[in-house]
Design a protein around this ligand. Structure first.
Ligand SMILES: [Zn+2]
Length: 352
C-alpha cells in the first residue's frame, strides 16, 4: 500500500509539509478502519524518501523507498503487539511484518500478547541511539498505541520527555482516550477524517464490494471494515448469525459459538449490539437502522419481548464489548453472551 485512500488527500495536503516540524511525536487518531496505519506508513515513507515529489510524497524509486517497500528500512521501526505479527515475521527494526490495513490486525490475531510490552519499548534503545543512518531521520511507528500496557507507555513517555535527536514517533490510535494523558500531551495530535458516505460508496464499488451500503452500515461507516465485511465467507457467517438470533425459539448458542469463536470477537459483539439496537429502536420508535430487510422478523420478535430486559441486556453489551478484546476463552465468552441473549428473547426456554 503506497497510496493514500481517496478520503485522505485533503488531510495530507494540510499536514504534508509541516507534519514533522517542531515535534518529536505525532498522534494519528480516529475511528478504526479508516486507514490510519496506511496513512502513517505513507507519511513515514515520505519522510524517509531521498527525493520527495512536489506533493511531498515519497518518490517510490530511490533506495530509501525500495527499502521501505521491502520492509527492511534501517531507519524505520514498526512496533505492534506480538499478536499482530505474522507467523514468519520478526519484530526487528523495519522488519515487523504486518498487514497494512487497520482491519487486518484482527484477522492475524493469535495467542501471543495483544499488548505492546515494556520489553518491546526497551528494544527501541538500540534503534533510536545506535543503529541506522545517523544523519537522517528515524521513524518509529506504534500501532495501535493504546495497546501499550502501562509499563510500556511509561517507558515510551521517558523517551518522549527527552526526545532523542532526529527521531519521530508516530502513534496511531483507534481509541486515543485510552492512552496515558501524559503521552497524549507530548504528541501533536491529528485526527484523521471519517470519509463521507458518497465517497466511500464509490470506493467500495471500485473494490468490488457488492452491497456497499449494507456493508458500510454494518461496519459503522469504516470503509476498510466494510471491505472485510463484504468478503464472501465473512458475509455468510454474518448472515447466518442474524438468521439464528432472529429465531430465539430454536437457535443453539453452543453450536453458533463454535462456528464463530475464531473470528474477531469485538466484531461479533458489535453484530449483536446492532441487532439489539434495532430491536429496541423498533420497539420504541418503529424505526430500524441496520437490518432494514429484517423488518418483519424484528416486528414479530419485539411484540413479545420484555423491553426492560432487552434494554438492560443491550446496555450490558457495552461492557461485553470492552471485555471481548481480552477474553480468557473466546468460545465460552460467546456462549455466555448468546445464552444471556436467549434468556431475554426466549425466557420460556429457561422457565422449566
Ligand atoms: Zn523515494
Amino acid at each position: 500500500m503506497n497510496e493514500l485512500y481517496p478520503w485522505q488527500h485533503a488531510i495530507w495536503q494540510q499536514i504534508r509539509s509541516t507534519a514533522a516540524s517542531n515535534t518529536h511525536a505525532l498522534l494519528l487518531k480516529g475511528r478504526k478502519g479508516i486507514g490510519k496505519l496506511a496513512f502513517a506508513r505513507y507519511l513515514a515513507k515520505s519522510l524517509l524518501c531521498q527525493r520527495v515529489t512536489a506533493e511531498q510524497a515519497a518518490c517510490g524509486l530511490c533506495t530509501s523507498c525500495r527499502w521501505f517497500e521491502q520492509e527492511i528500512h534501517p531507519n524505520f521501526y514498526l512496533m505492534v503487539p506480538a499478536a499482530c505479527i505474522e507467523p514468519s515475521g520478526e519484530a526487528n527494526p523495519g522488519r515487523s511484518s504486518t498487514d497494512n490495513q487497520d482491519t487486518d490486525t484482527a484477522r492475524s490475531r493469535k495467542k501471543p500478547s495483544q499488548y505492546i510490552t515494556i520489553e518491546q519499548v526497551r528494544t527501541l534503545d538500540d534503534f533510536v541511539y545506535l543503529s541506522g543512518h545517523q544523519d537522517s531521520i528515524k521513524v518509529v511507528l506504534i500501532h495501535p498505541a493504546e495497546a501499550m500496557n502501562i509499563a510500556a507507555a511509561n517507558a515510551l513517555l521517558k523517551k518522549l520527555e527527552e526526545p532523542p535527536p532526529n527521531v519521530l514517533f508516530i502513534l496511531v490510535a483507534h481509541r486515543s482516550q485510552e492512552l496515558l494523558p501524559t503521552v497524549r500531551s507530548r504528541c501533536r495530535q491529528i485526527t484523521l477524517p471519517v470519509p463521507d458516505v458518497a465517497a466511500v460508496r464509490n470506493w467500495l464499488t471500485q473494490q468490488g464490494v457488492k452491497h456497499p451500503d449494507l456493508c458500510l452500515a454494518l461496519a459503522s461507516a469504516s470503509p476498510l471494515q466494510a471491505v472485510v465485511f463484504s468478503r464472501d465467507d465473512y458475509f455468510a457467517l454474518y448472515t447466518d448469525f442474524i438468521r439464528q438470533v432472529s429465531l430465539p425459539d430454536s437457535f443453539d448458542p453452543i453450536s453458533l459459538a463454535g462456528k464463530l469463536h475464531k473470528l474477531d470477537l469485538p466484531d461479533i459483539v458489535s453484530w449483536l449490539q446492532k441487532w439489539c439496537y434495532d430491536l429496541m429502536s423498533y420497539r420504541m420508535t418503529g424505526k430500524i437502522r441496520y437490518h432494514l430487510q429484517q423488518e418483519k422478523i424484528i416486528k414479530k420478535l419485539v411484540a413479545t419481548v420484555d423491553p426492560v430486559q432487552l434494554a438492560r441486556f443491550w446496555r450490558n453489551l457495552i461492557t461485553t464489548q470492552q471485555l471481548s478484546r481480552h477474553p480468557l476463552n473466546a468460545r465460552l465468552f460467546l456462549e455466555e453472551m448468546l445464552l444471556s441473549y436467549l434468556k431475554v428473547m426466549a425466557p420460556e426456554r429457561y422457565a422449566s
